[in-house]
Ligand binder design. Structure first.
Ligand code: EPU
Length: 256
């Protein structure tokens, strides 16, 4: 199928490219990049081969009240709503994180001490079933072989509404608008937003993109920004922060 990334991606940048549909049957042969909700991806004018999961991977179920089984195409909002309805703990943080399960696991998405890998038991991919400890999880990082099909989580009852509201509030300094969420990972014991602000780039514009005036680690496409605009801003921030602080900012957004 053809996907227009200027409409599909959360940052609304990219051209129209062919994307292969990945099913249970053909997943083993797929070689390329699997896109989920396209919330953390910047697509260049010359991307690699992309694939997107078929609806076979859209399911969520409780197995015997102990295990939550979720397909890789399920959106974070659906997992959050399911957890709330079934009174499950540990998924409150998903209220504020957009993405599909496959993307969340690949990024080891998280917020304020919560990470998707915390209550994870296993992940099934096109290369087999792997236990959590075999998957190299660290801050916003994993090493997962093959195409992710589904995951199992251990179940703890007790959805925490107060925590859910607190987490949602922690995002009150984050801007609306087309973005990737955080553009850079936070360096150890520091914050990318603080560093970008300190080198004078908060609010800085290149073409149709800028670092938000509200939160400097949010690259916003405010006016038909291009790949070039976005990449120029990213490189400028990396360069300035390195020159002034000796810190190498690492992208959270994946550039293809
Ligand atoms: N700060 C600045 N200037 C700015 C922005 C932030 O000085 O322009 C300072 C703040 O004052 C604060 C510190 O930087 O002292 C941290 O900022 P904030 O609390 O906004 O959190 P963050 O570290 O920037 C992280 C996650 C977000 C998550 C928030 C809230 C990363 C890279 N980002 O942001 O996750 O929503 O905490 O819990 O870990 C994402 O990953 O896409 C994402 C949005």
């Amino acid at each position: 199928m053809l996907i227009d990334f200027s409409k599909f991606s959360s940052v609304r940048i990219g051209g129209v490219f062919e994307v292969a549909e990945i099913s249970l049957e053909n997943a083993c042969e797929f070689e390329g990049v699997v896109i989920g909700g396209c919330n953390n991806i910047l697509v260049s004018p010359t991307p690699p081969k992309f694939g997107i999961l078929s609806d076979e991977f859209k399911f969520i179920e409780l197995l015997g009240g102990e295990i939550l089984r979720v397909g890789a195409k399920v959106k974070s909002s659906q997992i959050y709503n399911f957890a709330k309805k079934q009174n499950l703990a540990n998924f409150e943080f998903l209220r504020s994180i957009p993405g599909t399960l496959g993307g969340l696991i690949t990024m080891n998405a998280g917020l304020k001490g919560f990470e998707i890998s915390n209550s994870l038991v296993s992940v099934t991919t096109s290369q087999g079933k792997f236990k959590r400890d075999e998957l190299g999880f660290s801050y916003r990082k994993s090493e997962i072989p093959g195409v992710i099909f589904e995951a199992e989580f251990s179940v703890k009852f007790g959805f925490d509404t107060k925590l859910s509201d607190e987490i949602s509030k922690a995002r009150s300094n984050q801007p609306k608008g087309y973005s990737f969420g955080s553009c850079f990972k936070n360096p150890f014991k520091d914050s990318a937003g603080r560093l970008i602000e300190s080198v004078g780039l908060k609010g800085h514009k290149i073409g149709g993109c800028k670092f938000s005036q509200m939160h400097a680690n949010f690259l916003i496409n405010f006016d038909n920004g291009s790949f070039e605009d976005a990449i120029s801003l990213i490189n400028l921030a990396k360069q300035r922060v390195f020159e002034e602080h000796g810190v190498s900012l690492e992208c959270e957004v994946k550039i293809f």
